[in-house]
Structure formats: C-alpha cells, structure tokens
Design a protein around this ligand. Structure first.
Ligand SMILES: C[S@@+](CC[C@H](N)C(=O)[O-])C[C@H]1O[C@@H](n2cnc3c(N)ncnc32)[C@H](O)[C@@H]1O
Length: 365
C-alpha cells in the first residue's frame, strides 16, 4: 500500500515517503503544551497523533478529506488504546466552511496547514478565516518551483510566502526554515503566523441563531485569549463546540460509545443545566464540558439531551448533517405542552401510533 506519511502505530513506526521527523523538529517548538490543535489535511495523522502523545494536556482535531486515507488514520489512532484526545473527522475544509466556522466563538491554540493550502478552493479565504480563530498557524508551503506537488497551478501565489501570509492574515509572520520534499529537489517553506488577532463572530455555533454584531468577541493579544459575551469577559473553556465538529466532518474516532460516555459524564456534573444540548458542549482535553448556564425557557432536560445525542451520533458517524436546532425546537414544543394543563389534555388525546411516529422522526427509534 502506498504510504505518504509515516504511520505512527502503537507498536512502532512504519516509514512513509515523507520525512515527518524532519518536519516535526521544525514545528514542535511552536506547538502549545495544552489546549486545542487543528490539523487540516492530516493524511495518516502523524503530526496530531505525535502532538497528543507527547503533550497530555492537548486535544487534537484531525481533519482528512480522502475517505480511504481517513479510514487508515482512524485505524492507526484507534490502535493507541484510550487515546481519546485525538478526534479524527472525515471531511474537507473549503472557504465557505472555514468562514462559517470562524463566525462562531471557537478557538484553536494552533492550526497545522502542512502541504495543504494549494489544495483549497480559495487559499486566502481559508487561511484568513483559520488565522482569525487560532493562536498560531504553522504552514508548509511547497516551493513555487516544486514540479511534483499536487495543485501546482496555485503555487505561483507563494513566490514570496512570508509576504503572502502577512498580507492575507495581517499578523506576524516568520520563516522557520526549509524542509526536503520527496517529490522535488526544491525544499518547502515552513511558515509561522502568530501575534494578536480579534474577531466578532455572529453565531454561538455553526447553524445556530444569528445574534447582533458585537455580542461575541474573541481577543488574542499574542499570548492570552479572552472571550466576551454581551460585553462581559467570561471564562474560556478549552474545547471546540460539538455541533461545529459535527459539521466539520464524519466522526471516525473516538467511537460513538466513547463520546456518549463523555457527554453523559458532563451532563451528570450539571443535572439542572437549563439548555443541556450538544451546542452547549465543548470537546477538548478534558473530554466534554458544558458551557452557557444562562436562563433558557425551552424546558429541556438532560434526558432529552441524551435522546438527541443517541440520534445525532450515528448520523455524525455516517457523515449526515446534524441539525441541533430542529431537534431542540421539537423537544421544546413537546415539553411546553407537557408543562401546561391544556397541553397535557391535548397530548392525552394524541393516538400512541402518532406519538411513536413523531418519536421515530426525532430520535430514530
Ligand atoms: C499533501 S498531503 C499533506 C498531508 C499532511 N498535512 C502532511 O503534511 O504530511 C494533503 C492531504 O490533505 C488532504 N486534503 C486535501 N484537500 C483537503 C481539504 N480541503 N480538507 C481536508 N483535507 C484535505 C488530502 O487528502 C491529503 O491527505
């Protein structure tokens, strides 16, 4: 089987065509010790996996578009027993998806874009969006003269990679060095983008309601990241919104059972959370944590939430769109009816067959 990256298996390394150790030596000093790392176009997952193994307080979202390669990555990561801090998603990032994600308060401490930006539909739009939602970007850009790189027609953009990244991101840019390529005699450029960045997302999560501009604000001063909601700075829990992850790609690892166990644990810690749904769950180094304890009149229970997750998780694994809002709207209506006397009377006359059909439509069972 052709192997591009080294396979970092639990029982040893199987070497691929690419020199992963050489790249690791250049990028590792710039990786955070804790928090969230996103690896876009992660191939067999070498870099994210190595980061998670060597840094126990780091969680990794590893996104790979090619289903065959993503399945191989899943098997490699699953071979590392109990390593739940790497989430492997089968999916492709493009300019629309990146802008949609950046319009929510999610934050990554670092993003890896290694030999990938020339694959994007609109490299500048993707890099701009990801830069606005991360402490630093670590990028490998093939040299403009690299005759072996896929997506070669775009390489002309990076004749001067530092100038391009500075122009697109408006941040501090450093050339970390050059690394050998197995496809070319021209070494690639390793680029670091960091420094202050701010943004004002409009939605609490992808597909969620649009709020007034300025309600959310993320400010990074080059070291600390502050999140404000409605003008007040709140504690920023490390992690990424579960609904955003559901929209980024199909869940390949960890297993549905592991996610369900983590969610149940999070809900058990907050049995009276007013809105205990996946959009208020962050996945990160400590598993799943609940956020947003503000009042909510939807009358949703942790039992409703677990039922919703039982429907959502298989859909997520199968790569289907997960619409948190639809389930919540239906549940909120049912719970309002349950809570009122007229509602109880109305529900009392709904035939059991219809109730079963509604339940099946909402929860798949
Ligand atoms: C040239 S390889 C680089 C792999 C890895 N980043 C590395 O440096 O070793 C590019 C990888 O990105 C994946 N890919 C391409 N376009 C993508 C996209 N838009 N979103 C996610 N993955 C993508 C490809 O399937 C391939 O595995």
């Amino acid at each position: 089987m052709d192997t591009y990256q080294d396979e970092l298996r639990a029982d040893g390394i199987v070497r691929g065509e690419r020199d992963c150790d050489e790249r690791w030596t250049v990028l590792a000093p710039h990786l955070p010790d804790a928090g969230m790392l996103l690896d876009v176009g992660s191939n067999l997952g070498y870099f994210g996996l190595r980061a998670a193994i060597e840094r126990p307080r780091l969680a990794v979202v590893s996104l790979e578009a090619d289903p065959r390669i993503a399945a191989r990555q899943r098997a490699i990561v699953a071979g590392h027993a109990d390593l739940r801090r790497v989430m492997v998603l089968g999916g492709s990032l493009n300019a629309n998806g990146a802008a949609d994600w950046a319009d929510t308060p999610d934050w990554f401490d670092a993003v890896l874009l290694l030999a990938i930006i020339h694959w994007f539909d609109d490299p500048a739009a993707v890099v701009r969006a990801l830069s606005s939602m991360s402490g630093r970007l670590i990028c490998e850009v093939p040299d403009a003269g690299d005759a072996g790189a896929c997506g070669r027609e775009k390489l002309e953009l990076w004749k001067d990679p530092e100038a391009w990244f500075a122009d697109v991101t408006g941040r501090h840019v450093r050339h970390l060095g050059r690394v050998t390529r197995h496809t070319s005699t021209e070494p690639s450029h390793m680029i670091l983008v960091d420094g202050p960045v701010s943004r004002s997302p409009r939605r609490p999560y992808r597909g969620g309601p649009e709020r007034e501009l300025g309600r959310y604000r993320v400010d990074h001063d080059g070291s600390l990241t502050m999140l404000s909601v409605g003008g007040s700075v709140i504690e920023r829990v490390p992690g990424v919104n579960l609904v955003n992850l559901m929209r980024a790609g199909a869940l390949l690892h960890p297993s549905i059972d592991d996610v369900m166990t983590d969610a149940t644990r999070a809900l058990d810690r907050h049995p009276s959370h007013p809105d205990p749904f996946p959009h208020n769950m962050l996945w990160g180094p400590d598993g799943i944590r609940m956020i947003d304890f503000g009042p909510c009149d939807a009358l949703l229970t942790t039992r409703d939430s677990l039922q919703t997750l039982r429907t959502h998780l298989p859909r997520w694994r199968d790569g289907k769109t997960v619409d948190d809002d639809a389930a919540i709207r239906h549940l909120a209506l049912v719970n309002r009816l349950r809570a009122s006397r007229t509602g109880q009377r109305l529900l009392g006359v709904v035939p059991p067959t219809l109730k079963r059909r509604v339940r099946r439509a909402l929860f798949g069972r």
